[in-house]
Design a protein around this ligand. Sequence first.
Ligand code: NAP
Ligand code: 3JN
Length: 352
Amino acid sequence: MSKEYNVAILGATGAVGRRMIDQLAKSTIPVKSVKLLASSRSAGTHLKFRNQDLVVEETTPDSFDGVDLVLSSAGGSVSKKFLPEAVKRGAVCVDNTSAFRMDEDVPLVVPEVNPEALKNHHGIIANPNCSTIQMVMALEPVRRKFGLKQIIVSTYQAASGAGQAAIDELKKESQAYLDGKNMQEDAKILPTKGDKKHYPLAFNLLPQIDVLEDSGYSHEEWKMIHETKKIMLNDMNSKDIKVTATCVRVPVPIAHGESVYFTVEDESATAEDIMDVIADFPGDVLQDDIKNQIYPQPINAEGSRDTFVGRIRPDYENKGAFNMWVVSDNLLKGAAWNTVENAEYLVKMGLI
Ligand code: NAP
Ligand code: 3JN
C-alpha cells in the first residue's frame, strides 16, 4: 500500500489557508489526517475537509508531532517561528511566505518550471510570490525555446493579495463612494498594513505593494526581480536575464493582471511562435483571439488553477521584443494551488 500522509495546514483560517484546505481535498496526495492550525484568535473554529468537520487548533511547536507534511501560510514571522520546529520533528514544509525564499538551501519552486529543484530540499520548500508565479508560468516556455534577455513587467494586483481584510476594505470603500461618503476613514490596511499612511483603493490605483525601499523599488518589485532569477536561473542575482518591475494595486477583488514586455535571444521568433509554445505549456491557457475580443480577464480567472495569457504581439520597433497580458487567480496558482502542487510533486518524486 502507498504511504498516506498526516498533513497540517498552518494559517488554515486565512484567505489562502481556506483555499489550501480545498486544494488539498482535490489533490492526488493520499491524506491520512488533516490538522488545521491558526492563532488563539480562531482556535475552536469549525472548518470542513472533504466531509470531515475539523476544529482549528492554536499553533504550538508540539502541534507538529507526528505530522509528515506542513502547508504553511500564516505570514513570514509565523513561518520563521514554527517551521524549523516542524522540520526538527520530521515534517517536510511547503511555505507560502517570503521567510525562506532567498535561503540558499531552500528550493523556490513552480512545479511546471523548475521541479528538479525540489530534490535539493532540506525540509523546507518555498512557494514564490503570486506575481512572480504567473509571470514565470507565461515566460518559461518562451525562455526554453527562444531564450530570454529582458523582462519589463507592470502588475495590476488584486486586493486579496493583502488578505481577506483588504477585500473587506475594498468593499466598504466602494459602498462609501457610491453613497457619496468619504472613503478615507475606511482605509486602514492598504497600501500596506504596517506603513504610516493608508489610502483608499476603491476607484483608485496604488503604486505601492509592500514597503518602499531606499532603492526606489517596493519590496514586491524586489521580490519579482530576484525570485524570477532564482526560479529560472537558480541564481537570485544572475545577470543573464535583466528584470525590472512596477507593482500596482488595483480595485479588483481576486486575480492579478500583468503587462509583460520581453525580449528574446532568437530574433526569428514570431508572435505566432510565442503563442504556440505558451499554448503547449502545462498550466497555461492561451486566450488570444483579437478578432473576437478574447483575452484574459480577472473575473474569468477567479477559481481556476490555470495561468491565462493573451494580447501577444510584437514590438514593431524592436526586433525580438514582444508584449503580452497575463492573468491568474493569485490565491490559487499564486498561492494555495502552487503550494499543494509542490506537495503533490514531492509525493510523486518520492521526496517526502
Ligand atoms: P489572512 O487572510 O490574513 O490569514 C492569515 C492566517 O494566518 C490566518 O489563518 C491567521 O489565523 C494565521 N495566523 C496569523 N498569526 C498567526 C500566529 N501567530 N500563529 C498561527 N497562525 C497565525 O492572510 P492570507 O491572505 O491568507 O495570507 C497569509 C500569508 O500568506 C501572508 O502573510 C503571506 O505571507 C502569504 N501570502 C503569500 C502570497 C504569495 O504571493 N505567494 C499571497 C498571499 C499571501 P487567525 O484566524 O487565528 O488570525
Ligand atoms: O500583495 C500581493 O498581491 C501579494 C502579497 C504577498 C505577500 C503578502 C504579505 C506577506 C507576501 C508574499 O508572499 O510575498 C508576504 C510575505 O510572506 O512576505
